[in-house]
Ligand binder design. Structure first.
Ligand code: ZN
Length: 273
């Protein structure tokens, strides 16, 4: 595909006005209490909309990948072919690493999803210059049936793009293309998940990509994380960190909170469909 532009991950953007800040209410979970809920006061734990649900959030890359080039270049299986374990990711011109952006968005989204009752598994536990990985295959397996820990209902991998072409901005959501024997079971639900995330990002004020995909959605079969997933999965390139105006949105807590809100809203919309 369009290898010309893909200098690592990068992408999306929106206007620089910012939206709700990180202190905004954690989702509107004020739906009627369920059978086990308290009909008059705060909902009980079991009445929360995502109670019992398990969500994998995969913050792309790791800050310390840049210090562990040998480790992250180790080839791993990416779906019947090999790719590097991981990459460093991109960065904004002002110096914000993609790994740090994805970490901040993932943590904020995790908090919102927890507030809705979900159990959230992060594929890494820090954003540290001393750590590297995990590899893309492990990121795709966490939460799969048969893996240690709970089985996930959904997986969202969070990235940003680093495209240098003028005018390249906006988000795109990547859903897994069909890869026989790898993801046959998740192609359909992942399509619905991708649409839910696209719609939520648009609702949050972000614009679809000017350079990749159709109406904010792309399809790829070359991404190890998506190929290894046995639960519905998408990868979001939330913006183009090389677009100055978009990068400014991505660098601030207001923008990061808005991305997180969209991710949580999309997961909720998909799981409650
Ligand atoms: Zn990336």
């Amino acid at each position: 595909m369009a290898a010309l532009l893909l200098a690592g991950c990068s992408s999306d953007g929106a206007d620089g006005t910012g939206g709700a800040g990180p202190g905004a209410p954690a989702g509107s979970s004020s739906r009627p209490a369920g059978p086990t809920g308290d009909a008059t006061g705060e909902p009980s734990g079991r009445s929360l909309p995502l109670a019992g649900r398990v969500v994998v959030l995969d913050p792309g890359h790791q800050l310390g990948n840049r210090n562990h080039s040998a480790q992250i270049r180790r080839p791993v299986d990416a779906g019947g072919f090999e790719k590097d374990c991981n990459t460093t990711g991109t960065a904004s011109a002002a110096g914000l690493p993609e790994a740090t952006f994805t970490w901040r968005v993932a943590v904020a989204a995790r908090d919102r999803l927890r507030a809705l009752g979900a159990r959230v598994l992060l594929t890494r536990s820090s954003d540290s210059d001393d750590e590297w990985g995990p590899c893309i295959d492990e990121r795709g397996r966490i939460g799969n049936p048969g893996e240690p820990g709970p089985t996930a209902d959904v997986r969202v991998s969070i990235h940003a793009d680093g495209v240098l072409a003028a005018g390249a901005r906006g988000f795109h959501v990547i859903r897994p293309g069909r890869l026989a024997g790898w993801n046959d079971d998740i192609a359909g639900p992942s399509r619905r998940l991708a649409a839910a995330l696209r719609d939520a990002l648009v609702a949050a004020g972000f614009d679809p990509s000017t350079y990749r995909g159709r109406q904010g959605i792309d399809v790829r079969s070359d991404l190890g994380t998506l190929n290894h997933s046995d639960v519905p999965a998408v990868m979001a390139e939330l913006g183009n960190m090389r677009d100055r105006r978009e990068a400014a949105v991505m660098a601030g807590p207001g923008g990061q909170g808005r991305y997180a809100r969209a991710i949580a809203a999309a997961v909720r919309a998909y799981l409650e469909r």
